[in-house]
Design a protein around this ligand. Structure first.
Ligand SMILES: [Zn+2]
Length: 298
């Protein structure tokens, strides 16, 4: 065989091998899972399950971890190549690091600039919310509240639950929320805000503390299947975008808290317990919110 044809054959083999490798390795697909605890199946109160001093807290941080694992499995089943989990409840150190699916990476503890959405950027393909809860004041909603110490949070005049604030951060990066689990109220509210995302109703709230529960394994199955469908449908779901600049309006429980935050330059105080801040984008708004939440008046 002449030299040139051996080289040509070798080059052809290299090209074919590279093409085969490309065909085998899937396109990168990164999924961010933001996990809270109030909306985990079986959780009904802070005093018993969702507070770190609660009688059943250890059991329920394990169940929170299992719900997150179900979401991780669903994401990989839909083609995810990388999954990042943000522990986003209480002190953000609830998820059991040993029990967590080995394929996931875990973000723990506060403070962090993007708070419950830390880790998100434009390289992600989908966002998943596990264990979420409705906004402060919603009737028949388990442990409904909006962040901490606030009665209402608005973005550009629209009252949003934590899920809405967090979805808007992802929206700034062009990433859609594809799934949410929690009680029936936040699942319904999320669909109204974000469009036809996948949800898993893991409890039927009958009041602030009381709810009808399903078995944890059933909740995990609903989450696994819902996340798989949601991640697969990511192309048809729209990012939740807020126009720039973003106006953040917070109504606090405490007049003193609003008084102190309003001492910062650029912050308005249209009413005793209300502050207004205008940020360039959701990243700036999130950093502002995280900062004022971490220097709060005791
Ligand atoms: Zn929480």
């Amino acid at each position: 065989m002449p030299r040139w044809s051996r080289d040509t054959a070798f080059a052809a083999v290299v090209v074919l091998a590279a093409a085969a490798l490309r065909a085998q390795s899937p396109a990168p697909l990164k999924v961010l899972i933001s996990a809270d605890m109030e909306g985990v199946g079986g959780v009904s109160t802070w005093s018993v399950q969702a507070g770190s001093k609660g009688r059943e807290y250890e059991k329920f941080r394990e169940l929170m971890t299992k719900e997150v694992n179900a979401a991780v499995e669903g994401a990989f089943a839909a083609g995810a190549t990388e999954v990042v989990v943000g522990d986003s409840h209480g002190d953000a150190q609830n998820i059991d690091v040993e029990l967590l699916d080995k394929r996931a990476r875990l973000i723990r503890a506060w403070p962090r600039p993007l708070a419950m959405m830390q880790g998100i950027d434009a390289t992600f393909g989908a966002v998943v919310f596990v264990g979420y809860h409705a906004a402060e004041g919603r009737p028949a909603a388990t442990l409904s509240h909006s962040f901490s110490g606030t009665i209402e949070v608005e973005l550009d005049g629209v009252p949003v639950p934590e899920a809405g604030f967090n979805a808007a951060i992802a929206g700034d990066f062009g990433v859609p929320v594809v799934f949410l689990s929690g009680d029936q109220t936040i699942c319904g509210d999320a669909k109204k805000l974000f469009g036809p995302i996948e949800t898993a109703v893991v409890k039927e709230a009958t009041g602030f503390y009381s709810a009808t529960m399903i078995h944890p394994e059933e909740a995990q199955r609903l989450i696994r299947e819902g996340v798989r469908r949601g991640v697969a449908r990511r192309g048809e779901l729209k990012p939740y975008r807020i126009a720039h600049p973003v106006t953040l309006r917070i109504r606090y429980n405490s007049v003193v808290e609003a008084e102190v935050v309003a001492m910062l330059p650029g912050v308005e105080r249209p009413a005793g317990n209300v502050i207004v801040f205008r940020g360039r984008d959701m990243v700036e708004v999130s950093k502002f919110f995280e900062a004022i939440s971490n220097i709060r008046v005791q």
